[in-house]
Design a protein around this ligand. Sequence first.
Ligand code: ATP
Ligand code: TZP
Ligand code: MG
Ligand code: MG
Length: 271
Amino acid sequence: MDINQVIRVVENVKQKTPLVHNITNVVVTNFTANGLLALGASPVMAYAKEEVEDMAKISRALVLNIGTLNETEVEAMILAGKSANAHGVPIVFDPVGAGATSYRTKTAQRIVEELDITVLRGNAAEVANVMGEQWLIKGVDAGEGHGDLVSLAESAAKQLKTVVVITGKQDIITDGVTTYIVHNGHVLSTKVTGAGCLLSAVVGACIGVEENPLTAAVSAVSSYGVAAELAAMKKEKEGPGSFQVEFLNQLSHLSAQHIKQYASIEKKESV
Ligand code: ATP
Ligand code: TZP
Ligand code: MG
Ligand code: MG
C-alpha cells in the first residue's frame, strides 16, 4: 500500500473530524473517547434504544463492542446496526471475549449474521470463535503461528464478506483477496486495557473518511502502531501508566513524517 494513502487517511480524520458512534464496554469508554479525540475524530457514546437509530444514521461510522454486553445493549446494537446499514454508515465490530462464554459467542455470531459488518476486528481467538472454530480464548498462543492466522483472517473475510483485522504481535488485515501484515505496535499496549477496543474505534474513524475499508483499516492499524512505538520510545521505562498517557499524546501528534519513517506494512504475496 502506498504510504501516502495512509498519511492521507490520517490527515483526513483530523480535517473532517468524523462523528463515530460507539456502543462499547464500560471498561474502555473514557479511553476510547479520549483516543478518538486525540486522533482528531469526534466520538459519541449513545446506548438507549430510543436514540441509537438516529445517532447511527448521522454518524460516519458505528463501532459495536460486546466487552460488557447485556441483553438491553445487544438489542440497541442490533437497532443501531440496522439503521447504519439502511443509511450506508459503515460498521466496525469488536467481538470482545467471543469464545469465553457461550453467550458472547452466540451474540457475536448473531451480530455478524443480522448486520452487514464492514470491518471485524479482534484477536485471533475471538475471530476464530465468531467463525465457529473453538479456539481457546486464553491458553492457546493465538498471537504466534503467522501462517495459520493469515488463513483464518482470509477465510473469515471471504465467508463474512467483510474486511477482517486480527491483531497481536503482528496485525493482519484482509478483505479475503488482498492481505497486509503490519509490523507496528508495542507490547506495552497489551498492558493497557482497551488498547484493542480503541483500535477498533480508530478503524471506525478512518473508515468514516475513507470509503475503501481495506485502505482505512490498514491506515488505522499502522498509524496506531506507530503511535504506540513513539510512546514507548519516550515512556517504556516508566511503565504502562505513563505509556497510556503518552500514547494519547502521540496519537494527536502523528505526522506524515512519523508515518513515513516508521510504518511497516507488508503486502502478502498470493500463492
Ligand atoms: P487481547 O484481548 O488479546 O488483549 P486486544 O483486543 O486488546 O486483544 P491486541 O491484539 O492486544 O487487541 O491489539 C491492540 C494493539 O496492541 C494493536 O496495535 C497490536 O498491534 C498491539 N499488540 C498486541 N500484542 C502485541 C505484541 N505482542 N507486540 C507488539 N504489539 C502488540
Ligand atoms: N473486560 C471486559 S471488556 C474489557 C475487559 C477487561 C476491556 C478489553 O479491552 P481490550 O481492548 O480488548 O484489551
Ligand atoms: Mg488487550
Ligand atoms: Mg479486545
